[in-house]
Design a protein around this ligand. Structure first.
Ligand SMILES: C[S@@+](CC[C@H](N)C(=O)[O-])C[C@H]1O[C@@H](n2cnc3c(N)ncnc32)[C@H](O)[C@@H]1O
Length: 217
């Protein structure tokens, strides 16, 4: 899927640090062998996720929607030595692909996969961790408001939520899509909710399909 002008995208990728060998192999494998490869974060967005993680040096990271593991591996790049990425997916098949690539990465001991419904698994993990430092939200779009409520109390002050696809291919600015498509309406309401929420300061970055960032105050 192309979200910005192709030449600009190519220029930005050409002037951005390359992905690691494991990420490159995972990217290629996903595009040749897995359904819906457009769901993968990819090179540019992956470097953004990694950059945020490296700046924040998190201990407790939550990756909601593993798919083939690209975002989990990018988030892991910034972990403290005792840090951990909890990654959740409802689909066992994609998780087994992700686990294969995790095992080939330097972070094989720092990524904890969970198979099941995100909301019930978040409830369980919340009981075992002190707080969240970073949350990457990228599973079921209609559940973003519920994911947010499930994590916001455990997010430490200064902690960061990043929610992917909040522009939904531009549908959030299209009145007829807003009226007829439930996911579009929910994402629009989610964007407005974060703007109004006094617990966070937010920024909607028009990168790729839109990343909503919210820093806990
Ligand atoms: C867009 S993909 C994630 C892409 C990945 N974060 C990346 O950066 O490459 C969304 C994933 O969320 C998973 N998913 C959808 N609904 C879910 C749910 N209720 N609980 C857990 N995972 C879910 C899907 O199986 C899919 O693999």
């Amino acid at each position: 899927m192309e979200f910005i002008d192709k030449a600009i995208q190519q220029y930005a990728e050409a002037h951005t640090k390359k992905e690691s060998n494991v990420l490159n192999q995972l990217n290629r494998y996903t595009h040749t062998s897995v359904l819906k490869p457009r769901m993968l974060s990819g090179h540019l967005q992956g470097r953004f996720i990694s950059m945020m993680s490296c700046l924040m040096k998190p201990k407790y990271v939550l990756d909601i929607g593993t798919y083939t593991g690209y975002s989990a591996l990018c988030l892991a790049e910034g972990l403290t030595i005792d840090g951990i990425v909890h990654t959740i997916d409802i689909n066992e098949e994609v998780m087994s692909t992700a686990e294969k690539f995790f095992s080939e990465s330097p972070f094989h001991n720092q990524i904890k996969p969970h198979v099941g419904d995100a909301l019930s698994i978040i409830e369980q993990i919340n009981k075992t961790i002190e707080h969240w430092d970073i949350i990457w939200m990228d599973a079921e779009k209609s559940e973003y408001p519920a994911y947010y409520e499930a994590v916001i109390e455990k997010l430490r002050p200064g902690g960061l939520i990043m929610a992917d696809n909040v522009l939904w291919s531009g549908k959030v600015v299209n009145a007829s899509e807003l009226a007829k498509d439930q996911d579009t309406a929910i994402l629009d309401a989610f964007n407005k909710q974060l703007l109004e929420d006094s617990r966070v300061e937010n920024l909607l970055l028009p990168v790729r399909d839109g990343i909503m960032m919210a820093r806990k105050l």
